[in-house]
Design a protein around this ligand. Structure first.
Ligand SMILES: [Zn+2]
Length: 258
């Protein structure tokens, strides 16, 4: 069984070290919990890494990219030469916890001012409310509002900042492609288009070459299957079928073999 979990995950140890938006997962041993009800090998896969592997499986020609996912938080994963980038710490591409000067919102990670407090789903709805006299709005109503009124200036400012952070990461990593998944792709296409324009403007490569920034669906389950086939199954034995389960914040895939 493969379980995708957000946060800082020590995949070889099967342990969630730190999870800004799901702190309870730090205090439990997820693999052992699963084994109490079903004695199968269990692997934890960091959520955004699973998304990146899923994107790679769906578009194998996309060998080098930074994936930025927007949702409860803002996460990232790096794929270089067709492989997930592995850093010495079990943590990389943590775009969401970049400090934005002047932003006083407290983040789930304990810091003040992280970009994800502005551009996560909750952060955007909070900004809408502040800009509209405390009006509370649902996510789908917010999407409709953007369709009718265009992108308000407070949102443009947050998107400009997110774009600068993504562009900075592309400059540092030597990549020319960003893939955007998650909640921003549920809003009118003009939102990701605006972000993409900012990313292109902020990258060094964009001054003389071509930089791509595109939206893509979340392919978390497909990414988990890829990990499972690589790490749990005997390489030439293909599974007969897979089962998937997804809830808010995590998902699991099970491979069955005769
Ligand atoms: Zn943070």
């Amino acid at each position: 069984m493969l379980i995708s979990v957000p946060g800082i995950v020590d995949e070889p140890e099967g342990k969630v070290l730190f999870s800004p938006n799901l702190h309870w997962t730090e205090r439990v041993n997820l693999p052992e919990l699963v084994k109490e009800v079903w004695s199968v090998p269990v692997l934890l896969v960091q959520e955004i890494r699973a998304l990146a592997l899923g994107h790679l499986a769906a578009e194998p020609e996309a060998e080098d990219f930074l994936l930025a996912d927007f949702g409860q938080g803002v996460g990232g994963a790096i794929v270089q030469r067709g492989k997930l980038y592995d850093s010495t710490l079990p943590l990389n591409a943590e775009l969401g916890h970049t400090k934005v000067i002047g932003n006083t919102r407290v983040c789930g990670c304990g810091a003040v001012g992280c970009i994800e407090t502005l551009v996560s789903r909750k952060g955007l709805l909070q900004s809408y409310s502040s800009a509209n006299g405390g009006d509370v709005i649902t996510w789908s109503a917010f999407a409709r509002y953007l369709g009718e009124h265009g992108i308000p200036s407070w949102f443009e400012k947050s998107l400009d900042t997110a774009a600068a952070i993504i562009a900075g990461a592309l400059n540092v990593l030597g990549l020319k492609k960003a893939v955007i998944t998650g909640s921003l792709t549920e809003l009118p296409p003009s939102v990701v288009e605006y972000l993409a324009k900012g990313v292109k403007e902020g990258t060094m490569w964009g001054r003389f070459g071509e930089v791509h920034c595109q939206s893509a669906p979340r392919r978390r389950a497909m990414g988990l299957v890829g990990v499972g086939v690589d790490r749990l199954l005997i390489p030439d034995v293909q599974p007969d079928r897979f089962a998937f389960a997804e809830t808010n914040g995590w998902s699991a895939a099970v491979a069955f073999r005769k």
